[in-house]
Design a protein around this ligand. Structure first.
Ligand code: GDP
Ligand code: MG
Length: 662
């Protein structure tokens, strides 16, 4: 519970102090350290401040300060011990309980798309989240747990972002999470092969004055290129420890967690809060805005005043809204407006640009001192070489469509064999049961209704797994991002964005994650339109129906017809998109920014996990809704039993079957 929630005369022991760096430091310096006993002297509801007795003196804290301190009260600890216990618990024992509680560390993974957050998350928590090599696979936060050296970790895998401005839904999400949930430690996952851009986000975390550990991921690629990187030195410069990791091979993860513990226990000497210098004039402006912010204590308890001042200079809408919620808000906003006007006059550009440029200048300088590139740029060049073909103006399309055709062809042809085996297995099972069970409604329900119904759908599992194998491969290798790139011009003709292509193609797998993936599109109209078009893409659940119908009506050329069915869906989508764009979503779209990550050979394990994960969803649907529906359909078909009515029908069926047998 929070210290602010204690009532008069209640005693508690401090578990941990949350909040950003300098705030936390101040509270700790006042004596609110872990394991310390606090008693409430006076806590009047809705009244500030609250008076406490700590060690042998009295201190008062504001409610908003006390709410950042996690404690365990005497009453709660009694419950934990679970023995009816009336007397006073020995202080020592209470301390031990607080100490145990303290061993829960909440961490959040923050980093650019494709830096390997999800891979790291999976490796650490043992869960099987979907990993992909294009921006925006992670559109939601995922929660996981793990244990290491006596500590328990709650890990959140946040969506990938390049920055903490409020440009896209992901960025807003990540910033809200950091400010509201206040994780104990932020793990900033960097792609070591692309340091310059990745460190941009790090500079923002530094501005926020958080406790950060950097996971220098993809360290293998950096080494492969022969780059010499003195990351320890850089860590000292930034006041943040760096730990090299290779998430895809599970390397460096123990070291990373050891470092997290050290930082959490305040045992890492490197940790310090640095100020990135934004130039004399900007610093002066920051100082002036900051002065207004610090007048409101409650605000400064929540967010670093320097960070807020910087964000206000960048004209950050979300930050403006946050400030305006407080009584001093108006003065703060007025000062920010005045300062940004002043900077504009002196420097001739807007303050946002100045801050961004200073950040990149800072990074360039820091890297120059710590990095030595030694020629060997194979990895980059390979990607470039492949890209000259794959993203070529003309060849790009045939290569892409060839890939799609191969994907569908394989789904159909290769999937046929395991499909037949499954079908045979189900037949055998039905026959076996017919021998064992006495004929009657129950036997009919189990054999024809349930097994028959579920079996009809189950046999398509191999096809679905193969399809997902291809989609995962495309995502993990980096080809999915290229397909978005080459499709951009075409998508523009529909009034869509190159980024819309990824959700649309994912729609072939399953519409649900595809609609979710549209959240990576910045422009709201494009986002909604894309989400509306996704259902026109034939999802894998429709595949069984297609295969069944095609198999029956077009046995001579199934793959081509299947291809055509998909194309028809696309053509309809084109029409719908054009009509909607013409009449409903008339807005201009945002300029296209889509990075091309280097190609990576996807780890087979990752691809298989992803494939299986999707297959599992399909199986779950079978076990639930399809089983229910089959039973229902069986009931509708089986009752009422009226032989007189059925006799002519059965005769007809027999006749047809006999005709076919000839
Ligand atoms: P996220 O967007 O940050 O969650 O990134 P992902 O975890 O989805 O990873 C993106 C791609 O990078 C995947 O294809 C991973 O297999 C690959 N990857 C992750 N970590 C490493 C690493 O340390 N080295 C190399 N070479 N590849 C990695
Ligand atoms: Mg991810």
């Amino acid at each position: 519970m929070k210290l602010s929630e204690l009532k008069n005369n209640q005693t508690a022991v401090i578990v941990k102090v949350r909040g950003y760096g300098s705030f936390r430091k101040r509270i700790i310096e006042m004596g609110f350290v872990r394991g310390q006993k606090v008693t409430v002297v006076k806590n009047a509801p809705l009244k500030d401040p609250i008076e406490y007795r700590l060690m042998d003196y009295q201190v008062s804290l504001r409610r908003s300060e006390a709410s950042h301190i996690e404690v365990i009260s005497l009453e709660d600890s009694k419950k934990l011990i679970k023995i009816p216990f009336e007397g006073v618990i020995a202080e020592e024992r209470l301390r031990n309980i607080a100490f145990e509680k303290r061993k829960h560390i909440s961490i959040a993974f923050v980093g650019n798309p494709n830096s390997g957050k999800t891979t790291l998350f999976n490796e650490a928590t043992g869960s099987h989240e979907h990993v992909g090599n294009f921006s925006g696979v992670t559109v939601d936060a995922k929660l996981g747990h793990c244990k290491f050296e006596g500590y328990e970790f709650n890990i959140v895998d946040l969506p990938g972002t390049y920055s903490l401005t409020t440009y896209s839904p992901e960025e807003i999400y990540v910033r809200k999470h950091i400010l509201n949930e206040a994780p104990d430690i932020i793990v900033n996952v960097l792609d070591a092969s692309n340091l310059e851009r990745n460190l941009y986000l790090t500079t923002q975390l530094i501005d926020m004055d958080l406790r950060v550990v950097v996971a220098l991921n993809m360290y293998d690629e950096l080494e492969e290129r022969g780059t010499e990187f003195n990351y320890e030195e850089l860590g000292k410069m930034l006041g943040v420890p760096f730990v090299p990791t290779v998430a895809s091979k599970g390397k460096g993860i123990d070291q990373l967690f050891r470092e997290i513990i050290d930082v959490y226990e305040d045992k890492e000497p490197i940790i310090r809060h640095i100020h990135i210098n934004y130039g004399e004039n900007t610093e002066e402006s920051i100082k002036r805005i900051r002065k207004h912010i610090t007048l409101n204590k409650e605000l400064t308890h929540k967010v670093s005043p320097r960070f807020m001042a910087i964000k206000l200079l960048e004209e950050d809408e979300d930050m403006k809204k946050m400030a305006s919620n407080y009584p001093e808000g108006e003065a703060i906003l007025k000062s920010a407006k005045k300062e940004s006007q002043r900077l504009n006059d002196i420097l001739g550009t807007d303050s946002g640009t100045i801050i961004t440029e200073s950040k990149y200048g800072f990074i360039a300088g820091a890297l120059k001192e710590t990095i030595k590139a030694n020629g060997n740029k194979d990895a980059v060049d390979n990607s470039k070489l492949i890209d000259t073909f794959v993203t070529h103006r003309l060849w790009g399309f045939p290569i892409f469509f060839l890939f799609l055709y191969v994907m569908f062809k394989t789904t159909f042809s290769l999937g046929q064999y395991p499909q037949e085996w499954l079908s045979m297995g189900i037949d055998l099972m039905q026959q076996g049961l017919r021998h064992i069970m006495t004929p009657g409604p129950l036997a009919d329900l189990v054999i024809n209704g349930m097994i028959g119904g579920v079996g009809d759908v189950l046999v398509f599992l191999p096809n679905i797994l193969i399809l997902y194998f291809f989609i995962s491969f495309m995502e993990d290798s980096g080809y999915m991002a290229r397909s978005a790139f080459i499709m951009d011009r075409l998508m523009h003709k529909l009034g869509l964005h190159g980024k819309s292509f990824i959700p649309l193609i994912m729609g072939f797998g399953c519409n649900v994650p595809a609609v979710m993936a549209t959240r990576t599109i910045e422009n709201k109209n494009n986002r909604i339109l894309t989400a509306l078009l996704v259902p026109l893409m034939s999802c894998s659940a429709r595949l069984p129906v297609y295969i069944l119908l095609i198999g029956t009506f077009f046995p001579s050329n199934p793959a081509a017809v299947l291809f055509l069915v998909y194309i028809v869906g696309i053509v309809i989508a084109v029409f719908v998109a054009r009509i909607m764009k013409r009449f409903v979503f008339k807005d201009e779209e945002a300029p296209f920014v889509m990075e091309l990550p280097p190609y990576r050979m996807p780890a087979l394990k990752t691809t298989m996990i992803h494939m299986w994960k999707k297959g599992e969803q399909y199986l779950r649907k079978i076990a639930g809704i399809i089983l229910l529906a089959s039973t229902l359909i069986w009931i509708l078909g089986y009752f009422p039993q009226n032989d007189a009515l059925l006799a002519p029908l059965n005769a007809e069926i027999e006749k047809t079957e006999a005709d076919y047998a000839e």
